[in-house]
Design a protein around this ligand. Structure first.
Ligand code: GLP
Length: 242
């Protein structure tokens, strides 16, 4: 595992963005796994500026997002699909046919999950998977315990996760959907390279658990230590318990 600790959040997000931009420069048709959450807003900001200054391009890439809330349609302002349009896709103009976010409003959720797995396989698999981490140790929405061979599926969200994400729902944890579709831990581990980014003192405890505690389904993010090509980027605050 390669660990990069930066002095501040801005440099952490810039470092993650640079790795994604380099990946696209080397192979414009790369298959990227993308993530949401407040941490990633900075990453996407850097990438939008890189596209605007023609340092990189999203026009040929394919992407698969990690997760989506069940019950929210693409047009719902709280959906992750909407988040991706707002923070990245509307600015970098990828081929819409190559951009994938699970459909949380699908009538048959199990069929949606199976189709998502098939679409990833049909695209040749994910080359670079971007990951954040939740306070429960989740990657994607793989709440504990999540076995390391899990695939894309519907999960129940922990109350702690709904509290953590309440700020994106007007501060009301009860307004956060109770279920989500998420790539499984096994789906994530199949990616060619993993890039986990965490910033802020609020992440220090769970980062120490994930990187130095037992490798266990009780902390989904600990699974990344089983992968052969992992880069973890932390700012000093997120690294402060290591
Ligand atoms: C959500 C997402 C996760 C993400 C986490 C971290 O729960 N499903 O993929 O890692 O948020 O969020 P934040 O960056 O806002 O702390």
């Amino acid at each position: 595992m390669k660990l990069i600790v930066t002095p501040d959040t801005l440099q952490a997000t810039a470092t993650a963005a640079a790795i994604i931009a380099e990946t696209l420069s080397a192979e414009p048709a790369s298959v990227l796994g993308l993530a949401t959450g407040r941490t990633m807003e900075g990453v996407y900001g850097h990438l939008v500026r890189a596209v605007q200054s023609r340092e990189t391009s999203f026009s040929e890439m394919t992407s698969f997002n990690l997760d989506e809330y069940v019950g929210l349609s693409a047009s719902d302002p709280h959906s992750y699909r909407h988040y991706m349009q707002e923070h990245l896709f509307d600015h970098v103009r990828p081929d819409p046919a190559r951009v994938h976010v699970p459909c949380g409003a699908a009538a048959d959720l199990d069929a949606e999950c199976a189709a998502y797995e098939k679409a990833i396989a049909d695209a040749g698999g994910i080359a670079l998977q971007l990951l954040g981490i939740g306070n429960t140790g989740h990657i994607g929405f793989n709440e504990p315990p999540s076995l390391f061979d899990t695939r894309t599926r519907v999960v129940e969200l922990d109350d702690e996760t709904r509290e953590q994400n309440a700020s994106m729902f007007g501060g009301d944890a009860d307004a956060v959907p109770s279920r989500a579709i998420t790539m499984g831990v096994g789906t994530i581990l199949d990616a060619g390279r993993l890039l986990l980014l965490a910033t802020g003192r609020v992440k220090a405890r769970i980062i120490a658990d994930a990187l130095e505690g037992p490798v266990s389904p009780q902390v989904s993010a600990s699974a990344i230590r089983l992968h052969h090509d992992v880069t973890v980027i932390l700012d000093e605050d997120a690294a402060s318990n290591l």
